[in-house]
Design a protein around this ligand. Structure first.
Ligand code: CAA
Length: 259
């Protein structure tokens, strides 16, 4: 069935898929249907050999203005607990292929959290990031207090989360929240270019690199190093390792197949 709240282009470039959040009238507010469709699409693309990297965008005005406030305004604690909305987010966190956010306009609340759950963020010069939940009586619920703090440090995260104020693309770049800023008319093109560059790398090594970097966020250095080493050794069972090293020695371009 065709999704209602997202658009999927499975081959925007070779090996690169693009998912666009598509509730423009609501500034891409992340309702339950959108998040479920996004999870389903990402899980399918994660298993599809013709896709190596995924790009996630909104539109020029908004990446996403947060969780859908109208959908949750009347809920009580038991409703929230029973619906367990964030289990969808947990599934997205487990996607193995790189996911790059192309952010223009508002990335607020759950929108900022969704961008931070991606592996990299390319922003247009109009991008604004914020965790304004405090202004509506709650706190970030999809990882904002944890991921923002890890990305920009304690004092900046405290200021954003306690005041709800937005930061510009320039401030986000300076704080280490995003990878780069691109003129608004080029932000999607540039994100797809970055995705294509990664899609030319050996896919198994790319997945293991992602997995190993993410491990750094929830383990000790000792355990993280052991994890990295195991993944490094494991790649010596892949044909792409043989091809990559042979191609280097033979001074030719490697042909990676994800095997
Ligand atoms: N949920 C539901 N609807 C939203 C929305 C949201 N998060 N953000 C915007 N909209 C809707 C507006 O209600 C409006 O709809 P109507 O035309 O039907 O009234 C439409 O999108 C356009 O929005 P505005 O008229 O407000 O546009 P603006 O340009 O004047 O302001 C804005 C833009 C500053 C982003 C403002 O819309 C805003 O503050 N939005 C809410 C941001 C927010 O608080 N996000 C956090 C949500 S909670 C959360 O995300 C929890 C979590 O951690 C998971």
């Amino acid at each position: 069935m065709k999704p209602e709240c997202i658009l999927i282009n499975k081959e925007v470039q070779q090996f690169v898929a693009h998912i666009q959040l598509n509730r423009p009238r609501e500034l891409n507010a992340l309702n339950t249907l959108l998040m479920t469709e996004l999870r389903d699409a990402l899980q399918q693309l994660d298993l599809d050999d013709s896709v190596r990297v995924m790009v996630l965008s909104g539109n020029e005005k908004a990446f996403a203005a947060g969780a859908d406030i109208k959908e949750m305004a009347e809920k009580n604690t038991v409703d929230m607990y029973r619906e367990d909305k964030f289990s969808v987010w947990d599934a997205i966190r487990k996607i193995k292929k790189p996911l790059i956010a192309a952010v223009s306009g508002f990335a607020l609340g759950g929108g900022c959290e969704l961008a931070m759950m991606c592996d990299m963020i390319v922003a247009s010069e109009t991008a604004q990031f914020g965790q304004p939940e405090i202004k509506i009586g709650v706190i970030p619920g999809a990882g904002g207090t944890q991921r923002l703090t890890r990305a920009v440090g304690k004092v900046r995260a405290m200021e954003m989360i306690l005041t709800g104020k937005f930061i510009s693309a320039d401030e986000a770049l300076q704080a280490g929240l995003i990878n780069k800023i691109v003129p608004v008319e080029l932000y999607l093109e540039e994100t797809i270019r970055l995705a294509s560059e990664i899609a030319r790398m050996p896919p198994l090594a790319v997945k293991m690199a992602k997995e190993s970097v993410l491990k750094a966020f929830d383990t000790s250095l000792e355990d993280g190093l052991a994890y990295e080493r195991k993944n490094f050794y494991m790649l010596f069972s892949s044909k792409d390792q043989k091809e990559g090293m042979k191609a280097f020695i033979e001074k030719r371009k490697a042909e990676f197949r994800g095997e």
